[in-house]
Design a protein. Structure first.
Length: 441
């Protein structure tokens, strides 16, 4: 117990120091995530969490101070591979589908195939094999889902770190019930590393997890929870797994439903997550992180109590109902801009509800409305044609008129410039009259 506390303390300080030291190199390399318009947040927190967790766990296992036990080393290696994939995604902006495939492959190496639900039901032979394969596939899918959900939780400052620390303590409690000391040590170290990272990620954040740290944390937490529930009742296990990661699941549900209803791509980023909507309702960044942390604490507590057998599995229904209410309620908060047609007709499913004044009748009204507007359009075209004809006639007449036609002056002395006669109201200029006389002959 004392050695575990020492390992967790070392991980906390190491993660805090690495997060501060790696901040400047991340800024110089352009490894940043723009949280606000004029502020750049480096994605160095994930590397700090991964390095601190792996270093303390490996040193503790090699020295015998905090041994990990059988199977935990493979889990740590798979988590490191997922973290490396996330680092590549932070640098090269990989698409989500590649992250999902890579995380699923890593999860396939750590799922406990030997302890299946079919073994608990007394199944043997082919039936036992089928149930084992199905349960393993479900475990792989759940680990992948939770890892990507934790990556989505890194959308705001302080949210991923707070929820990750509380979830790590809850999963560690479930694992401790199953007397898996190696996993308890690993989860304690992970929780401490996330706490050290949270010192720099609390609003206003100076670093962020990025895909590297969020995928790593989500992968380890989900795999440890699957280890804890292996060999137990599948119905209870499903409820416990959901309760342990209820905040991440609610965020994914909210984003999926809102983007689907708005006709937006599911995998394109947008400010439509839990913390974004809470900020729209007037909460501060600190308030949103605290509120989501309290929600995670309540859900994790229910999952731990159900796993330990203190309360019945029906208590999970309260967590499910709360997640649905929150997701549906926050889905009504407006976070998207004005819709764009994107090739869809107005009034069709997935298209915008209205349209420009000229296109609205054409797209929404149909043939009947076009038929009603036909006489008006014909009259407008005839009036425009008549105006064009009149303007063309006036232009031709203007071209025929002389531009300058001076009156021809007589050669009589009365009008000769040398006669000295002046016309009333106008000065007589010898040069001008002489030029006119020469021009007019």
């Amino acid at each position: 117990m004392l050695y575990g506390i020492a390992a967790a303390t070392a991980a906390l300080f190491l993660a805090a120091v690495l997060a501060a030291l790696l901040r400047v190199p991340a800024l110089r390399l352009g490894l940043i995530d723009r949280r606000q318009r004029q502020r750049r947040v480096p994605l160095s927190g994930g590397a700090a969490v991964v390095l601190a967790t792996c270093a303390v766990a490996v040193v503790g296992d090699r020295t015998g101070v905090a041994p990990l036990g059988d199977g935990v080393g493979v889990l740590l290696v798979a988590g490191g591979a997922v973290a490396a994939l996330g680092l590549v995604a932070d640098v090269c902006r990989l698409k989500t589908r590649f992250l999902a495939v890579g995380t699923a492959v890593a999860a396939a190496f750590v799922v406990p195939y030997g302890e299946t639900y079919g073994e608990m039901g007394g199944m043997h032979g082919d039936a036992w094999t089928v149930v084992g394969v199905v349960s393993a596939a479900m475990g792989v899918g759940w680990i992948t889902f939770v890892a990507l959900a934790f990556r989505a939780l890194d959308h705001a400052e302080g949210v991923a770190g707070t929820v990750g620390v509380l979830t790590a303590f809850g999963v560690a409690a479930c694992v401790a019930v199953e007397v898996m000391d190696g996993l308890v040590v690993l989860l304690s170290v992970l929780a401490a590393a996330l706490t050290g990272f949270l010192m720099h990620n609390w609003p206003p954040a100076r670093v962020a997890l990025g895909a590297c740290g969020s995928l790593f944390a989500g992968f380890l937490l989900a795999a440890a929870a699957v280890f804890a529930r292996a060999g137990h009742d599948p119905l209870v296990g499903t409820g416990v797994l959901f309760a342990l990661t209820a905040v991440g699941a609610a965020d994914v549900l909210l984003v999926t439903v809102s983007r689907r209803l708005a006709g937006r791509p599911l995998l394109r980023g947008a400010p439509d997550h839990l913390a974004h909507r809470l900020r729209r309702l007037g909460l501060t960044a600190q308030g949103a992180a605290v509120l989501l942390g309290l929600a995670a604490f309540g859900a994790v507590l229910v999952g731990v109590l159900v796993h330990a057998g203190v309360v019945e599995v029906r208590a999970v229904s309260w967590v499910v109902g709360g997640a649905l209410v929150v997701a549906l309620g926050l889905s009504r908060v407006q976070v998207y801009g004005p819709p764009r047609a994107r090739g869809r007709l107005y009034g069709q499913p997935g298209g915008p509800p209205g349209g420009p004044p000229r296109a609205r009748g054409r797209r929404l009204g149909g043939p009947d409305r076009r038929a009603r507007r036909a006489p008006e359009a014909q009259a407008s075209r005839e009036a425009q044609a008549s105006r064009d004809v009149r303007e063309a006639r006036e232009a031709r007449e203007a071209r025929r008129a002389p531009v300058y036609a001076p009156r021809r002056q007589s050669e009589g002395g009365a009008h000769h410039p040398e006669s000295g006669e002046r016309r009333p109201g106008r000065a007589v200029s010898t040069q001008v009259n002489g030029s006119l006389r020469v021009r007019n002959g």
